[in-house]
Each structure stands twice: as structure tokens, then as C-alpha cells.
Write a protein that binds this ligand. Structure first.
Ligand SMILES: [Zn+2]
Length: 248
């Protein structure tokens, strides 16, 4: 086996994936060849430094973008590329992402429902109080990275109490509290970032989809409007929630 042939097998050699007969051939060559021997040393050191770094989670926006790749480009393991680190580290950092084959990232509705209900029940203090949707919408300006429109805060026969910053799972959310027929209602507005909400019962309201879920005795209705999601949570009936969310 010459140097050129050995080079082809070096990665598999270092990964311990060579068949026994090939392993003997490569080992035999490495014993007598300083050039290939030094390549193995460098590669081995690189690998161990990489392992020492552990697996690195890519930022969410990057993972979202990968999820949007056409199917044939999306593989189970995606190497994002090498990022140079200071020379002292003498290594590169490779970001490895794991995705189900060719899938758009999905988000189970049940997880969203559980979280929305938990926050409805916890009832953290409002950060801005008052019944004026225009004032409330402008309070969110610069605080969340999606538009909060006053028109989206006007629910019919609902009296707005106030709002606060919140989250729905890892999504930043604008949280509103209303009183409807003496019942407290929470509205969560968030950007679902291209993630497909899956599960629950789906009904059409006008030309928009509303997903329905239930957790711990509370109903949740999630209206999908482009990338934005509007989740209502209350002990009111699902039909009442659908009625409320129609106006958004
Ligand atoms: Zn060689």
C-alpha cells in the first residue's frame, strides 16, 4: 500500500472502522512511513481536542435555517463547517446538528398547550396595566422581535387587564390578560419560527387554522396566522375560545 492509498483510509483507520485486513496493511505502511505517521498524529490530536470540546448546540436561528433546507440537502447529521478558533487551540470546531431525516422542525401542540396553561395558571404580575390596546401594543415595541398590533389585542366582549413579557417554550411571547364573562383569559402571541405545530384538533376559522388542545381542565385555542401564533387559554369552553379568537 502506498501513501496515496493509505490517505484514503486514514479517517476510517482513526475511527476504528477498518476491516482487519486493511487495518494490517495501513499499520504496516505507517510503521515505515514518517510522512503518513505524522499525518496520523495531527489528525489524532485534532480528534481528541474536538471530543474534549463536547457536542455544541447551534444557536436556534441557525438550526431553524437548516430545517428550512430542501429535503435532499438536509441530512441526518449536518456539518455546518469549520470555525477557526485561536491558534493556541490548534483545532477547529465542528458544529454537528441532529435532525430527523429531511424534516421541517416540528413542535408538538401538546407541549405548547401545557406551557400556555401553566403560565395562565401561574398568573405572574402584569408589567403594564390598562384596557387600552393601542397603549399595550406600543409598550411591546422594542421588547419583542415581532410586531404586536393593537387590532390583534381587541377581543370582542373581552376586557383587557394588561400585559407582560413571557415565553411559550423557547419562543419569546407577548402575554395579555382579559376578563370575559367573569373568566380570566390569557392570550399569548409568539412567532413560531417556521416550526409546524403538530397534533390536537384542527378547525378552520375563516381561512385560518385554529388548533385546539386541553390540559388540566383548561382549554387552549391556537390561531395560526402566517408565522405568528395566537394562543388563548381559559376555563371557558373551546367554542367560546374559538369565538373570541375569530376577531384576531
Ligand atoms: Zn506514507
Amino acid at each position: 500500500m502506498n501513501c496515496k492509498e493509505v490517505k484514503k483510509y486514514l479517517d476510517a483507520y482513526l475511527d476504528g472502522e477498518l476491516a482487519p485486513d486493511l487495518l494490517l496493511d495501513v499499520d504496516g505502511h505507517l510503521e515505515g512511513c514518517e510522512t503518513c505517521g505524522s499525518v496520523v498524529l495531527v489528525k489524532r490530536r485534532f480528534k481528541s481536542e474536538l471530543l474534549a470540546l463536547g457536542e455544541i448546540k447551534a444557536p436556534e436561528h441557525l438550526r431553524m435555517r437548516i430545517g428550512r433546507l430542501p429535503k435532499q440537502q438536509s441530512r441526518r447529521r449536518i456539518f455546518i463547517g469549520a470555525i477557526a478558533v485561536p491558534a493556541a487551540a490548534a483545532a477547529a470546531l465542528i458544529v454537528v446538528l441532529n435532525f430527523p431525516d429531511g424534516a421541517t422542525p416540528e413542535e408538538p401542540l401538546a407541549a405548547v398547550v401545557d406551557d400556555v396553561v401553566a403560565r395562565h395558571v401561574r398568573q405572574l404580575p402584569l408589567e403594564v396595566e390598562g384596557a387600552d390596546p393601542v397603549q399595550t401594543a406600543s409598550w411591546f415595541r422594542g421588547k419583542v422581535d415581532f410586531p404586536v398590533n393593537a387590532s390583534g389585542l381587541k377581543l370582542k366582549q373581552a376586557s383587557l387587564q394588561g400585559a407582560r413579557l413571557s415565553n411559550v417554550r423557547e419562543h419569546q411571547a407577548a402575554q395579555m390578560t382579559y376578563i370575559v364573562d367573569g373568566h380570566r383569559v390569557t392570550l399569548m402571541i409568539f412567532n413560531r419560527r417556521d416550526r409546524a405545530l403538530q397534533g390536537g384538533r384542527r378547525v378552520k376559522v375563516g381561512n385560518k387554522d385554529v388548533l385546539l388542545g386541553r390540559h388540566n381542565g383548561f382549554n387552549v385555542a391556537v390561531l395560526l396566522d402566517g408565522d405568528m401564533a395566537y394562543a388563548l387559554s381559559s376555563d371557558l369552553s373551546q367554542n367560546k375560545l374559538i369565538d373570541l379568537i375569530k376577531g384576531i
